[in-house]
Design a binder for this molecule. Sequence first.
Ligand SMILES: [Zn+2]
Length: 918
Amino acid sequence: MRFIPQGLFVNVVCSLFLCNCFIFRCVRIEKKNMQFFTITKISSIFILKIKLYKVNMRVKFFFSMLLITMLLGCGDSDSRMVLQPGVSKKLAQERAGLIGNLSYDIRFNIPKGCNEKVDGYEIITFDFKRDLGQVVLDFTGDASSIKNVMCNEKEIAYELINEHIVISSKYLKKRGNRIAIKFLAGDQALNRKDDLMYTLLVPDRARTVFPCFDQPDLKAYFKLELDLPKGWTAISNASIADSVTTSGSRTTFKFQQSDLISTYLFSFTAGKFSKAQKEIDGKKYAVLYRENDAKKVAQNLDSIFYMVDYSVRWMERYTGILYPFQKYDLAIIPFFQFSGMEHPGSVFYVDSKMFLAESATQPEKIARAELIAHETAHLWFGDLVTMPWFDDVWMKEVFAGFFADKIVKELFPSVNSDLQFLIAHAPKAYSEDRTKGTNPIKQRLENLNLAGTMYGNIIYHKAPIVIRSLEKLMGQYAFQNALREYLRTYSLGNASWGDLVKIFDKHARFSVKDWSKSWVESAGMPIYAYDVYYKDSVGCGIVLRQKLPSEIRLPYLQLIEFTKLVHHKGTSQSALLGKKGGKEQVLIFPKCRRNNDCFIPNSNGFGYGYFELDSLKCASIVRHYQNLKNPVHRASCIVTLYENMLNGNFDGKSMLALLVRVVEYEKNELLISMSLDYLLSANLYFISKDDAATREMVECSLWNAYSHTNDNKLKIQYLRTIAKVMHSEKSARKMHEIWSHEVVSDNRWIGEMDLQNFAFELCIRMPEESSSILNVTRKSIKNIDNLRRFNFISQAVDPKKIVRDKLFESLLHLENRKQEAWVADALKLLNHPLRNDESEEYLAKGLSILPEIQQTGDIFFPKNWLSSLLYGHTSADDYAIVCGYISKEGKSISPSLLSKVYQCSDLLKRSTSIASKK
Ligand SMILES: [Zn+2]
């Protein structure tokens, strides 16, 4: 972005050029090695354009200074609005002060074929608080996409500059302006198929579909009309009005006016859906879905309605605010690229996480409840009160996640909620926070077109841990009262983290502003080291020290618990670290027996950070692991040991041996699930490829665990892990036997998606049988959406390299990446660990299109693309390719994209570094 400084004095150069003091706008467009500046006079008397091609630096500097001088001389603030592509922060801030009483009346004609264009027509109504300057709408369509622009009933001239429609204020009045635009909608965010489409406009995709003021703090009322092929149905933010008409082969749906919402929350989905409705104690819910397995639908729908209603009522009780929107409908969409999206009135969910198989595991059931509660909590945090700018997008995510955890705790009373919280958040938060690519929870954002890169595990998993810690420090009632005040104060409006911190500070007994500086506004995490000392008269003590990253001046304030274990008994002590700037704390434990005690750092999992252990401390924890009665202590030990393994303090083989022991003997399903995830990564990155004995030991233990349980929910977890790690022919044959029996069975205990995934893994191990494996699987698939996915991904496991190469090459082109979830799955199989010799050439090419992936993909896609691309590449040569890319392109790609590269290559970096030291 270019920021043009303000100035009041009239410059001589300016007066020479512009004696009438015209309003000027400066636009700088950069295209590869071509640059040109355009100076345009808005008053339409004349347009002066100076184009400079391949100018040298001196000439560029001269003209830059000249332009700045002219602007300093006579521009008002409108003229300084920098019109760069996207929505710049500067543009958004200026516009927020000018536009009021905003509403959109929009009509879309959706043709039957998904390759035909969508016609759109809209009337934007608003007040405008300025006589001078211009009004700037956002729209990414080109000139041919805009058919006609009318302003206050007159056809007018406009300019199309860098994804903006610019209209002179001379056509505008103070109140009730009506801009009517006929346009062709862009397809990028319409997710169209022949019998289904849905919008996904977060964070700044509304402007790809229709001209609008695409920023979260210009909330508006939307009135939608959809002209659809006959037989389609639709939902949107508001209910369908009475005037639904049918003529010929088309149906028109007219919706009522929506509630006051931001553009990124405007939504509709249309297509061939089944519909179900439910009323629970006076609240009505409706769901659109495409799953055609009647048994599966019957098994799941009631639970879905129940959890939606439970979450709504829980949020009403906690916030003291009744459900704030007209209705709560759901659309369950196949292969939706997110897990869910919280559009008021039409909340979208991905079908794979909603319609669970009969064999669904406890973590899957909890994940579904968590997802429903998360999206529902957003209706208050995000939808009712919205961040003014996407740099605070983390706020809506953290509170949605925070309340989801509380709601799930009640929905699953038998589940250990502290364990669930630790397992759900800590491993994922550390997976990014330990890397060079970590970022503060609150990030800077200069342009909305980079908002997608704000999302990640820091927002979704570190922030909930940090906010839970804040609640513990403040006390739950003070915390709840502050949140209630925040929601009441800013209802239907916008509020930033700064606004909330001010309210927190009124309710807390410490400075939340200071707390925020280290936890929210700084990147990275605290590192803790500790020493144990013994004094016969007192017992023993732990000196816990906090090492601060150099850029952090204030220590991290948090409560940390240590547990001392003697035989089977544990005693716990907590320390408040960081109080009044202190970086050290002593915990006293009475009755210590020298060398016989085991200390577990962060035993309750409430603390956040890296707890550094030496080899003796690691060995002591491993030795005492089986004596730990509390599952939270066991989980916390595994997390701490794994982090120490990644830092070279604990051997990979010993880690794997512990995980195998856990998998074989652990009874807690959540702990088994977490250990299997860690086992996969330790096995892939920290065991040598030649270490056949360890690999065999892992496979044997997993099969043992599989055969010793009768619980299908556990069996499926073991099978999923075996499918990924199996090396021996014996394992592959055993897996094939199970798969071939299930895939043709009418009474399956393994879900369809698992069977497809097992088939892909088997094809890689049994290339000579791959075509029959794929054919049998294909015949077993009853759902058309699943069949489409299967056919797409099958190409990635073809035994012929030439077929896989062709698929990979096709993924480099945007038109073949429309189904991003499928693309990520296919790319992962193309880069399978067993084929990494043949896929090494994909690495450099896949990395080279990252900026395009960022520009064209949905918010989670850049990271998904990278994770899939790097999956299976574990050698020093592979890491050298990544390093080569970083040194060549690191400075030219956006910092947030570079950070994703660091995050996704962190395990590869650590494994090569540890291997090189051996
Ligand atoms: Zn969310």
